[in-house]
Design a protein. Structure first.
Length: 451
């Protein structure tokens, strides 16, 4: 077994990531998405090497740039914007100007993927919908992200994370039974979960194109993506009963709940098998529970009244025991227990740093920044972080001159007509005050003296 762990440690060694190839290198993504849901799709693609060109409106940019928790900024930026838009190329083009269509169509002609999350029908009205882009590039994979989908009676309704959680049924299931208090899933899981589903859908479409040579259109509903993670409505239809809210208890495992320890820590604990339960009973010094008819079988132990009685017993033991002692008992006796960790503990956890699930990234513009690693660890083609978010329009010259071949005169004309642009003095759009863009070779790509 030790040989296996040495083997797996070497196979996934984070220090060797940058020496390995990127699985999506050469896949070009034209990204019209904004805020969190759509940008999460393209962030995942960018993490694994996709060439994601994020398109924004000059002088305004993505709505999420100036938005931030409680109005707090970090180096004139929204910290979560870095997480959502890392590894992307930032280009600002005014879609309302007719001259912008030529640029968009040129980029779309060589794109593998186009993504948008405008209100349904908006991209079509602006001339950049699937019916238009698909004619220019029949092999394109086009993803539309919306709260309720591209057709149906709810299609015109606006929606965000909270609305999707409500409409999917998530909110009715999250909270404690017998109360009228409902709890939103934290942060924006109503965006992040569907965003991961969107990346999966795009990769399936890429695989289909690899076999057939044909592109396709993907209609991704945020609400429906959340519903797909919930079996509750199927259970209700088949049994006539609702699963109901369960608070911090798991109704499918014995003694499964969150408990407070003597030293005021919180632990999640659960027994999935008889051996787990036996180990817990030994740890508590309560071997008689194994022959108690209320808990002798898993089926008996999961009855509501028996489950509540067992949780009371476990709560008394955990409440009289320090966290470290409970965790050591779990390790020794083989039942499952884990400390409820907070953000600070996650950031500073040596184990997560070692595995690369939390990384301290040193960015050329922003300096040190702690963020999560990529979604999954691949031994041959791992994902990576190459740069954080950049100011609005930061890659205008690089993309338009290098990728599209525009001349300096053409660039100047587009800037004069405000077809393309960069940022003003708004937080979230501009670089940190200490950073001098005049000395940045990427921002100044193609200017005299720059490569």
């Amino acid at each position: 077994m030790n040989d296996y762990f040495r083997y797996s440690t070497a196979l996934f060694d984070p220090s060797k990531t940058n020496a390995k190839p990127e699985v999506l290198k050469g896949i070009r993504v034209l990204d019209f998405t904004h805020v969190i849901f759509g940008p999460t799709v393209t962030r995942i693609l960018a993490d694994y090497g996709g060439e994601v060109i994020k398109l924004e409106v000059p002088f305004y940019g993505d709505l999420w740039r100036p938005s931030t928790y409680w109005g707090r900024y970090w180096k004139h930026s929204n910290p979560t914007f870095h997480f959502i838009t890392r590894n992307k190329y930032f280009v600002s083009v005014n879609l309302k100007r007719p001259e912008s269509k030529e640029l968009i169509y040129k980029m779309a002609a060589s794109a593998d993927i186009v993504t948008e999350n405008f209100a349904p029908g908006t991209a079509e009205a602006w001339g950049v919908g699937y019916s238009q882009i698909g004619k220019i590039n029949p092999k394109v994979i086009y993803l539309s992200c919306s709260t309720y989908g591209q057709y149906g009676p709810m299609r015109y309704f606006p929606g965000w994370d909270l609305l999707a959680q409500a409409a999917s049924g998530v909110l009715s299931l999250n909270g404690h039974p017998g109360t009228e208090k409902f709890y939103k899933l934290p942060d924006y899981l109503g965006d992040f979960i569907p965003g991961n589903v969107g990346a999966l859908a795009v990769l399936m479409a890429l695989y289909h194109r690899e076999k057939s040579g044909k592109g396709q259109y993907i209609d991704l509903s945020q609400t429906e993506s959340l519903m797909r993670a919930l079996p509750h409505f199927t259970y209700r239809q088949m049994t006539g009963e609702s699963l109901e809210r369960t608070g911090h208890n798991d109704p499918a495992m014995m003694a499964a709940a969150i408990f407070k320890t003597r030293d005021s820590r919180f632990l999640a604990l659960a027994c999935a098998t008889h051996s787990h339960f036996a180990g817990l009973c030994r740890s508590m010094g309560r071997p008689e529970l194994l022959t108690d008819q209320r808990f002798a079988t898993c089926l008996a132990g999961l009855k509501k009244e028996n489950a509540a009685a067992l949780r009371d017993v476990v709560a008394q033991w955990v409440g009289a025991t320090d966290s470290a002692a409970v965790l050591e008992a779990a390790r020794r006796e083989g039942f499952a227990a884990a400390e409820v960790v907070d953000d600070k503990m996650v950031c500073q956890d040596a184990w997560r740093r070692e595995r690369g699930s939390v990384i301290l990234f040193n960015d050329d513009m922003y300096g040190e920044f702690v963020l999560s690693g990529t979604s999954a660890m691949l031994s041959r083609t791992p994902g990576r972080t190459k740069w954080l978010a950049r100011p609005l329009g930061y890659h205008n010259r690089l993309v338009l001159k290098k990728f599209l071949g525009l001349s300096e005169e053409e660039m100047a004309a587009l800037e004069k007509k405000k077809v393309i642009g960069t940022f003003d003095d708004k937080p979230g759009l501009k670089p940190p005050v200490y950073y001098h863009l005049d000395n940045d070779p990427i921002y100044n790509f193609g200017r005299k003296g720059e490569p």
